[in-house]
Design a protein around this ligand. Structure first.
Ligand code: SAH
Length: 226
């Protein structure tokens, strides 16, 4: 009976996931087939509280504890697509949170390095990675605005919290060529910025208005607001 029930609910989540891809991602310009396939495969509901499972595939962010949130599926897909991953990259993520974005990255590149400043979130995410047998990632508890110099340079860097500026250490730790995606702006509203390093030159462009939780650290905001 239990087995039947769990098979039925697994099927329901699979359906919710492919609906999410069809209705929230494809119509908004997510067209990288590898990104769409990863979003169709990674079980987003397992990264949030049991009580939120039914809402996990909705078109909105959700709370993950410690005053933090998991981004809306579209934002995860957009930021991932902007990295242009082919499968060979080494990627640095700042802001592990619940680990959902991390898992999507792990499905699309060779190795993910992920940094989270809040221990409880790091620990919870690691449990989910183990349960899902995701092994091509390494995580640590630290201030990710300093990057992770030991494993630099990174072909791609993604920051899932918003700072006042692009942290210098991250630009330094970016490979050439390399791409960095980060929300930058005020506390309450920001723009998604894509920084590219190519032939020794660093250029940046803004993509769209976004709203993220604060990046707290030496090269971010000084402390939590509110
Ligand atoms: N990608 C995450 C998003 C979580 S919200 C997810 O899918 O769940 C952003 C996360 O960034 C929060 O967990 C927050 O604690 C973390 N964060 C904020 N400043 C940070 C810093 N300087 N270094 C590492 N993590 C940071």
């Amino acid at each position: 009976m239990t087995v039947l029930f769990s098979a039925a609910s697994t099927h329901a989540y699979e359906k919710a996931r492919s609906r999410m891809v069809r209705e929230q991602l494809e119509p908004r310009g997510i067209n990288d087939p590898r990104v769409l396939a990863a979003m169709d495969r990674v079980p987003r509901h397992l990264f949030v509280d049991d009580a939120l499972h039914a809402q996990a595939y909705g078109d909105f962010p959700l709370p993950i504890g410690e005053g933090q949130t998991i981004s809306q599926p579209y934002m995860v897909a957009l930021m991932t697509q902007l990295l242009g991953l082919t499968g060979k990259e080494r990627v640095l993520e700042v802001g592990t949170g619940c680990g959902y974005q991390t898992a999507v990255l792990a499905a699309l590149c060779e190795q993910v390095y992920t940094v989270e400043r809040i221990k409880a979130l790091h620990v919870r995410a690691r449990r989910v990675f183990d349960r899902l047998h995701i092994f091509n990632l390494l995580g640590k508890i630290d201030d990710g605005t300093l990057g992770w110099p030991e494993h630099a340079p990174y072909d791609a860097i993604i920051v899932t919290a918003a700072g006042p500026t692009v942290p210098d250490p991250l630009v330094e730790q970016l490979a050439d060529p390399g791409v960095l995606v980060i929300p930058v702006g005020e506390r309450g509203s920001q723009q998604l910025v894509v920084v590219r390093k190519e032939a020794g030159e660093v250029t940046s462009r803004t993509v769209e208005d976004v709203r993220f939780v604060s990046l707290i650290g030496d090269h971010g905001w000084r402390e939590q607001h509110g």
